[in-house]
Design a protein around this ligand. Structure first.
Ligand SMILES: N[C@@H](CCC(=O)N[C@@H](CS)C(=O)NCC(=O)O)C(=O)O
Length: 202
């Protein structure tokens, strides 16, 4: 199995962590979608990572789809509950975590533009999304609706989102008012799968 991705992509990290947690052997093919001459679009028409190429030549892309594919292999540990409604909830937690990433990635790219060209409106909207989503996670942790021990897909996605906020220094003060999220992230970062996929210092 080949995982096409970059070491700094949090969506790729989510899939790498799933593969590591399940003990699935894979080859990591380091491809930046932003490099001229990148081969990413040959695997995913959207030109985004991750993409997964299976040993029998199937290609899957968009991290939630890859996550579903990996679960369908039936390799323990299961990272989604068997019960359909519980599995849907897990996907919703994943969607919120991925949504934090979507907003953070937009924010980071906007901040890389010359200051005079940056849109204050865009930056504000993305920051608001991140704040609301972090609050939603803290609330649902308090309600004990998110499994941490052992983590399932939702928690893994949340860990990747928090890891990316730290890595790109987005929403720097997020931890001040969200103790449950801090504890959850600390616990996740102790896991070997998270340690082995930490983004390189840039
Ligand atoms: N919804 C996608 C998002 C993937 C994504 O945006 N990946 C970024 C890297 S962090 C990318 O490849 N961006 C290239 C582009 O937008 O052209 C997923 O979950 O796989």
């Amino acid at each position: 199995m080949k995982l096409i991705g970059s070491y700094t992509s949090p969506y790729v990290r989510k899939i790498s962590i799933m593969l590591l947690e399940k003990g699935i052997t894979f080859e990591f093919v380091n491809e930046s979608p932003w490099e001229p001459g990148s081969h990413v679009a040959a695997h995913n028409p959207l030109g985004k990572v991750p993409a997964l190429v299976t040993d029998d030549g199937q290609t899957w892309f968009d991290s939630p789809v890859i996550a579903q594919y990996l679960e369908l292999l039936g390799i323990a540990p299961a990272l989604l509950p068997r019960e359909p409604q519980a599995a849907l909830w897990e996907r919703q937690v994943e969607a919120v975590a991925d949504g934090i990433l979507d907003a953070a990635v937009l924010l980071v790219r906007e901040r890389q533009r010359p200051a005079a060209q940056q849109s204050e409106e865009l930056l504000r909207r993305q920051r608001e999304k991140i704040v609301r989503a972090l609050d939603w996670l803290e609330y649902n942790l308090n309600e004990q609706r998110i499994d941490i021990d052992p983590p399932r897909l939702g928690a893994i996605a949340v860990g990747c989102a928090i890891g990316y906020l730290k890595f790109r220094r987005v929403a720097a003060g997020w931890c001040a008012t969200r103790p449950l999220l801090v504890r959850m992230a600390d616990k996740l970062f102790e896991r070997e799968s998270f340690a082995r996929t930490e983004p390189p210092a840039s």
